[in-house]
Write a protein that binds this ligand. Sequence first.
Ligand SMILES: Cc1cc2nc3c(=O)[nH]c(=O)nc-3n(C[C@H](O)[C@H](O)[C@H](O)COP(=O)(O)O)c2cc1C
Length: 328
Amino acid sequence: MQIGPYKLGNNLVLAPMAGVTDRPFRQLCRSLGAGLAVSEMVSCNSLLWGSEKTRRRADHEGENEPRSVQIAGADPAMMAEAARYNVDNGAQIIDINMGCPAKKVCNVMAGSALLRDESLVGRILDAVVAAVDAPVTLKIRTGWDRQSRNALRIARLAEQAGIRALAIHGRTRACAYTGDAEYDTIAEVKAAISIPVIANGDIRSAEQARRVLDHTGADAVMIGRAAQGKPWIFRGIDHYLRTGEHLPEPPISWIRDLMLDHLQQLYAFYGEDVGVRVARKHIGWYSKGQTGGAAFRQFVNQTDTSETQFAAVREFFDRLAAEVDLAA
Ligand SMILES: Cc1cc2nc3c(=O)[nH]c(=O)nc-3n(C[C@H](O)[C@H](O)[C@H](O)COP(=O)(O)O)c2cc1C
């Protein structure tokens, strides 16, 4: 899988997820087998660039290459400016978000809402590609709603504009996250264009990744929610795609150590207060499905310092490891 000058280590991509794919999580997923991790979107509104949140989102210190940063917005000139700003701050690939249905994005006619206005899409793509030397990628859904699945026309526009890879989430904007993702439209787009295509939507297992790659002919798969609380999913899928065999699930003690290290990274990156809040989400995902997980989450969500949160997590997973690993 090649994006402009960058050859990825494999064909697995961590999906951009606002509030999730911060630098610590991207680094974790990269170290556990993701060939590329796309950052959370950075607003193209330059008024926000000085904010703590945007500054943090543009912090790539120590991050694996290539560093891909997503931008969102609807004004071609502002998007071009945002692309330049992020390249100046260390982005090596610029990803344009036309795939996110979030209200906050759609109300200002950005994200997947843009798919409705193909001429504006063309102008945004042209402006961003012209603004930076870095390769520009695009993320879309299959269309605005089921009646207007225009992914193919958008894909052709993207190819003409010089977009270097296209990620497609197999749902329309109107579908939000309901129903199952469909991969026929992705297959149709892949057959029609010659830039790399990345298939996305509901990929939760190694077999599913294999099926989607086979069905669509896509060059890579992108995984979002299935990596939450399970960043080692990439390693397992990579192994399966290479060998046809499954890696064993990691022992609880290994998950505990990984998670505790993740928590330390979050505290260091966000500082005490925000770090504890952001960590709650991840702790919730890591503990999902574990015996006693619900009661543990209720308890740990009441801890409000990194010290007490960390200790509660360690205690819970120590106990689990003693029960589960030793029984195995
Ligand atoms: C919490 C969350 C935040 C997301 N934020 C973004 C975003 O900022 N930009 C974007 O293009 N897509 C965003 N998405 C969509 C994902 O990138 C992905 O397309 C979608 O979750 C489908 O993939 P999955 O089934 O593997 O999760 C987000 C999804 C989730 C669950």
